[in-house]
Design a protein around this ligand. Sequence first.
Ligand code: UDP
Length: 253
Amino acid sequence: MTEVSTTPFARPDGRAIDELRSIRFETGIAPHALGSVLVSFGDTRVICAASIDERVPGWMRAQKVEGGWMTAEYSMLPYSTLDRKQRDISRGKADGRTIEIQRLIGRSLRAVFDLKKLTGKTIWIDCDVLQADGGTRTASITGAYVAAQIAIQKLIAAEKLAENPFTDSVAAVSVGVYQDVPVLDLNYPEDKDATVDANIVMTGSGKYVEVQSSGEEATFGREELDKLLELGAKGITEINALQEAAIAAGLAS
Ligand code: UDP
């Protein structure tokens, strides 16, 4: 007789398979930045700040490229991880993961932004992970959009920018296959055991900016990928609404 498991599938924190962690935005966390937010996806917490530099990078000046620039930096604070993570500056260089993540954040924001409308300015987006519990890159993108949008709207209100360069909103969420089940928004215990790990970056109008999906010592089928994309789209729609509320609250305070 074959033994059939009677244990129902359960996520470590008891969520439904299509349920996001509790997502919160605390705007104005870094008052010297024009736009800032502490974004939390459950126990993952990232400070995202947008600062304006009234000039463009040297390569843009040299090549006489019109408009402005927007770029991002990402780092994990030493105490954000279970074991202390050495600062990049003490190691002498950023690791490959950091570089990959900060490029992803910059690309994600630039996909929904008309750089030509940011004449002569650079927006620096700094994402610093305060607490890491899975999905720090997706939380960073989600918070970076909120911080940048607040900064842009403040520039317009101060008559330092004529019109809003954002063409759409952008948010990101992780999805993955955990214990053979596709789930939304993985926390660290899920992330570490997931056989498929994916990050979905999408605009408010439902277009993809980036889909990163990898098998971790495993493969996956088209059906699973479709399910993951469906879960991601559901999550992004919910996150969009929270982002809009956070931007409104950030501008009102
Ligand atoms: N992590 C860690 N130290 C590291 C890198 C990752 O503790 O140097 C943990 C952290 O909780 C992170 C998770 O592993 O959120 C998953 O890391 P991954 O590289 O997949 O990026 P993320 O899911 O944070 O975007």
